[in-house]
Design a binder for this molecule. Structure first.
Ligand SMILES: [Zn+2]
Length: 345
């Protein structure tokens, strides 16, 4: 089958499209899904570059997000049957450890992601354990079904579970345009928050306003903490969503209101940050880490997708063979929303 693979680490130029063996449902809980669409995540760029702790065997098939039709199932599979329209939870957990048994699958001792530790979705088919497969809501396109899972699961856990955003609170999201930031905008609005977003692009800020952001700040031009103080009467915001890391961390902490929470799921500019502990204890600030989410949270966001309450923002859709160009677009930061690969085409 055709697949987007790595044979070494580097930039997007090391990515190739080649034929690899089609997976089979050899294990009792295996499900093979014939993919119709897959979606890119920033994770893919990190995998291309090479991540500490992840040493895939080459050729390695990229891609965490995907949706398609069940092609084959192992003998113990009860959740789905061949022909079902499904989408995938990119996180694969063991189902047996202390955390899995407590329903906290993303804390699993052997938590793995499709396309990072396991063969991924940028291919005509993927093999996953049955508990990673969920019915795709009817009336949701293949594009939306593939674009939705990873970023909405991530943003839901960050805002609804970890930061526990309440109606009327102010939430600031750095760098609107990426998939998690846009999912966070939709979810923060759904939870009743007032949303402030930043970008270095006025065009992206204008689009964020159309999606419901009430305050937009160009972080290339404005002193963001000072503007936030001015706009909130000196108070600051209740929650900051910071997946940027080194470049923004200190500013994020400076604009938190008393009792505020900083929630992070990444560090795109670097992981070593400085925290003034005096401000943290005096203002009762909380720092929250978050990665992906559990099965209950996945089911929750899928219901919202099915109801039409949440929908992914899609930047563009290209054929599987043009995955490298899509990765380059993502690396450039020019995109607004999800980049999707059309595999059925
Ligand atoms: Zn586990």
């Amino acid at each position: 089958m055709r697949a987007v693979t790595l044979r070494s680490h580097g930039g997007p130029d090391v990515v190739v499209v080649e034929d690899v063996p089609r997976p089979r449902a050899d294990g009792p809980d295996d499900v093979v899904v014939a993919l119709k669409a897959a979606a890119l995540n920033h994770l893919d760029l990190f995998v291309v570059r090479g991540l500490p702790g992840a040493s895939p065997s080459f050729p390695h098939v990229l891609g965490a997000d995907g949706a398609g039709v069940v092609e084959a199932v192992g003998p113990a599979v009860t959740r789905v049957k061949p022909g079902d329209r499904v989408l995938l939870n990119p996180g694969v957990s063991c189902q047996r450890c202390e955390y899995c048994l407590a329903g906290e699958q993303s804390l699993c001792e052997t938590y793995r992601l499709l396309g990072e530790h396991l063969p991924g979705t940028f291919a005509e088919a993927v093999r996953v354990p049955q508990w990673s497969v969920y019915p795709a809501p009817p009336d949701v396109s293949w594009t939306d079904a593939a674009a939705f899972p990873l970023v909405h699961l991530t943003a839901w856990r960050m805002l609804a579970t970890r930061a526990a955003v309440r109606p009327g609170e102010r939430v600031l999201i750095w760098g609107i345009g990426g998939g998690v930031a846009l999912a966070a905008l939709g979810i923060a609005r759904l939870l009743g928050a007032t949303v402030l977003v930043t970008s270095s692009s006025d065009a992206k800020l204008a689009r964020a306003r159309e999606l419901g952001a009430e305050v937009t700040l160009n972080h290339a031009a404005a002193d963001v903490p000072r503007e936030v103080r001015r706009l909130t009467g000196g108070r600051g915001v209740d929650v900051v969503v910071d997946s940027v890391g080194e470049a923004t961390w200190e500013r994020s902490l400076r604009m938190l209101a008393p009792g505020g929470r900083l929630v992070t799921c990444g560090a795109t500019t670097g992981p070593r940050v400085e925290t003034d502990v005096r401000r943290m204890f005096w203002y009762h600030h909380t720092l929250l880490g978050s990665t992906m989410g559990n099965a209950r949270e996945f089911a929750a966001v899928l219901r919202l997708l099915g109801a039409g309450t949440l929908r992914p923002v899609v930047d563009s859709v290209v054929p599987l063979a043009e995955a490298r160009g899509a990765l380059e677009r993502m690396a450039s930061g020019a995109h607004f929303g999800k980049l999707v690969l059309d595999i059925a085409a």
